[in-house]
Design a protein around this ligand. Structure first.
Ligand SMILES: Nc1ncnc2c1ncn2[C@@H]1O[C@H](COP(=O)(O)OP(=O)(O)OP(=O)(O)O)[C@@H](O)[C@H]1O
Ligand SMILES: [Mg+2]
Length: 450
């Protein structure tokens, strides 16, 4: 931890000296000045982290110096020293941005404690800043656009997992960026210049998938005319990405488990054991734990895969990313199609922010690309966006609920009216409504007595 540099501003020599002594005993570097004017000079020439500032000084007062520095957003923390133990002055100083205040004669332990606390806070702030910078570098490197809190956690986990050999299970709804994360983990790993091999477990039937994964010997099955290397072998020394892992057929799950545990495989139709050096990443958009419960996924494989879990939040839970993503996709679409769309109009943005994005970022990307191609004026507006955005959202406040209530209301009025042979007063009485309110409902739902 870097020790802060401290400036003591007090016109009384004895106070300056005694404070300087106890503070420097704790290993801090201490500077002193006898007036606010002198202090300004020192602050301009040195980086000062903490200022102990006397309230009453000849010339410019302590409170004025405090206001001056805080007005310029000077980063130092200021502790006021006051001989007047009135709450008002202290409160005024704190309101103006002072960190705390001390009452003369200062208690040594109190001074030390206060400085220690500020020093620790500063160190924490610095660490956070460094972390944030690293995270934004990571975001830049991986091409993953985001500045939202939920994604900060994802970036943090990526940073931890990337340099290791740990198997990572990437979870998240469709289109949330699982493949992007997998590629980034590879790119940020020591294996970045080795192959990244992806296999989609959902796209092939079991037997084809097996030979695609593990390869086969010549003649292993009728169409195996030549010996063939599988994807696992291709990924040797690099990364193997098993996409849609929940679709992995049960009969292959044991083989993948063995691959994870022993880093061993046999080609289809061969007894020869092949050793590989691979790192495995997997992705799923279904809850694997549920698949385990339903008996479609082996529990031992689930535990092996889920050593390190990264779950991507759906777009609806990080809407603060939407404007950023829109601009990013517009920029890309502009470049690819030689367009010059400048952004999205406020009405367009309102529709976009209201929508709940079941297809997540992929869906947003598609709509933006489409909108750019539709040649909007300068800004993408509602006319350039698909109709689904304007439709009432199932989970948007009230929409669906209101509709259901209204249709029930209408039905109730009609049925009661029928029951009373169209006699309005009778029907109103049956429902406990006044005739006037009942007539209101009739006209609201355009109900004809017949
Ligand atoms: N944070 C992001 N910044 C920029 N582009 C993103 C981001 N997240 C996703 N994308 C883009 O959205 C699309 C979908 O991402 P990706 O294929 O990684 O999602 P997925 O989770 O694997 O989806 P699926 O479950 O459907 O396979 C890609 O075109 C990707 O480039
Ligand atoms: Mg994917």
């Amino acid at each position: 931890m870097v020790k802060p540099r401290i400036l003591i501003v007090d016109d009384e020599l004895s106070i300056r000296d005694s404070l300087a002594e106890i503070i420097s005993l704790d290993g801090y570097e201490v500077l002193t000045s006898y007036s606010a004017e002198k202090a300004l000079d020192v602050i301009q020439k040195n980086q000062i982290d903490i200022i102990l500032l006397d309230m009453v000084l000849p010339g410019m007062g302590g409170l004025d110096l405090l206001k001056l520095l805080k007005g310029k957003a000077h980063p130092s923390e200021i502790i006021m020293i006051t001989a007047y133990s009135t709450i008002e002055t202290a409160v005024l100083a704190i309101k103006s941005g002072a960190y705390d205040y001390l009452i003369k004669p200062c208690n040594n332990e109190e001074v030390k404690l206060l400085i220690k606390r500020i020093a620790e806070n500063n160190a924490l702030k610095r660490e956070n800043q460094i972390l944030r910078e690293q995270l934004s570098n990571l975001a830049g490197l991986s091409g993953i656009v985001s500045k939202s809190k939920p994604m900060e956690q994802v970036f943090h986990l990526m940073q931890v997992a990337a340099p290791t050999m740990a198997t990572v299970l990437i979870c998240g709804e469709t289109g949330t960026g699982k493949e992007m994360v997998a590629r980034a983990l590879h790119q940020l790993s020591p294996r970045c210049d080795k192959p990244f091999i992806k296999i989609d477990c959902a796209s092939l039937p079991a037997d084809v998938l097996e030979s695609e994964l593990f390869g086969h010997e010549k003649g292993a099955f009728t169409s195996a005319i030549n010996k063939r290397q599988g994807r696992v072998e291709m990924a040797d020394s690099g990364t193997l990405f098993l996409d849609e892992i929940s679709s992995l057929p049960l009969e292959l799950q044991g083989k993948i488990l063995r691959l994870l545990q022993e880093k061993e495989l046999e080609r289809v139709g061969s007894n020869e054991t092949i050793k590989v050096d691979i790192r495995i990443l997997a992705a799923t958009n279904v809850n694997l734990q549920k698949s385990v419960e339903q008996g479609t996924f082996r529990i031992d494989l689930y535990y092996r895969l889920n050593v390190f879990n990264i779950t991507l939040p759906p777009l609806r839970d990080r809407k603060e990313d939407i404007p950023l993503l829109i601009n990013y996709f517009i920029e890309k679409a502009n470049q690819e199609n030689h367009k010059n769309v400048k952004g999205v109009s406020p009405e367009g943005l309102r529709l976009i922010l209201n929508y709940n994005w079941p297809g997540n970022i992929r869906e947003l990307k598609n709509y933006v690309e489409r909108a750019v191609l539709l040649e909007p004026e300068d800004f993408i507006g509602p006319a350039n966006l698909p109709g689904v955005l304007a439709a009432p959202q199932e989970n948007s406040a009230g929409g669906d609920f209101r509709k259901k209530i209204m249709s029930y209301e209408k039905e109730l009025i009609i049925n009661t009216l029928k029951k009373c042979d169209g006699k309005k007063t009778e029907a109103a009485g049956l429902l406990g409504l006044s005739p006037r309110i009942f007539s209101y409902y009739l006209s609201k739902y355009k109900i004809n007595k017949k």
